[in-house]
Design a protein around this ligand. Structure first.
Ligand SMILES: [Zn+2]
Length: 77
């Protein structure tokens, strides 16, 4: 029996929000990005193995990794 495994990383753009940047301290819009790695069998995604979030400042362009908990705090209003 032949099985073909692989990993696939997909990025998804999430609605960002204005926040004060920790680098340039400007109150600017921040882009939020979800990066998820999925285990694939015959190129079909089976389940997500890891999920990480990145936030990018639109003023200085610096990105920082945030945890899922921090991301939930940002998305929730
Ligand atoms: Zn900034």
């Amino acid at each position: 029996m032949f099985l073909l495994f692989g990993f696939k990383t997909t990025t998804k753009e999430l609605p960002g929000r204005p926040a004060s940047c920790q680098y340039c301290h400007a109150f600017a819009h921040h882009h939020l990005e979800e990066r998820s790695t999925r285990l694939t069998v015959f190129f079909i995604p089976v389940f997500t193995t890891s999920r990480s979030y990145r936030i990018a400042c639109s003023n200085c362009g610096r990105t920082s990794s945030i945890s899922a908990r921090q991301k939930n705090t940002l998305v929730r209003r």
